[in-house]
Design a protein around this ligand. Sequence first.
Ligand code: PRP
Ligand code: URA
Length: 209
Amino acid sequence: MGKLFVADHPLVKHKMTFLRSKFTDVHMFRELMQELSMLLAYEATREIPVEETFCETPLVKTKASMISGQLIALIPVLRAGLGMVEGLLRLMPMSKVGHIGLFRDHETLRPIQYYCKLPENISSMDVFILDPMLATGGSVAKAIDILKNAGAKRIRFLCIVSCPEGIACLQKAHPDVSIYTCVVDERLNEQGYILPGLGDAGDRLYGTK
Ligand code: PRP
Ligand code: URA
């Protein structure tokens, strides 16, 4: 079974308060999402491989380590996952970025796919799916289906807000995938929104409502 990591850190709790608030404007919402994504990435990248190398300090030549960015794939789920990409790219600028476009049908809450472009050698990469919201779990389960069909093997999922229903759905559909989340909220409402949540992440990132 993949692990469930819930960030339990004062910085995350502080930033979550402002991210949730309906008084936070679009600009600040985007900043906070990038910052929270970076804090999550610190834990989610703990086990990625490093290569041994050398480095010359002003005094001596010494052994050192490097991440092979060529072997990291960041896969935002459009739209809202785009809000997390920049934070991870700041930490790992050599990463490849693929995109999966999904939206939830408002009636059925099932994900509808409209786009997919993945890095070529995804089967040899460490894959990080980015989507701030894990609600019913349908969207990320579908994204993982798509990635596994393309050959991806080592997949981790990073989200900002999750809920028990989404975690259970994802762990059942893809028990091998580890979940990294800033917070596990109480539940879903009748419309499939997370409570207390933060509303519609895509709309808040891009000011579309
Ligand atoms: C949101 C969110 C997830 C999905 C989560 O996207 O970004 O992809 O809902 O819900 P689920 O766990 O119930 O599948 P949405 O469908 O609103 O599309 P958008 O980002 O284009 O607005
Ligand atoms: N998608 C969102 O953007 N917010 C939710 O609360 C649930 C799904």
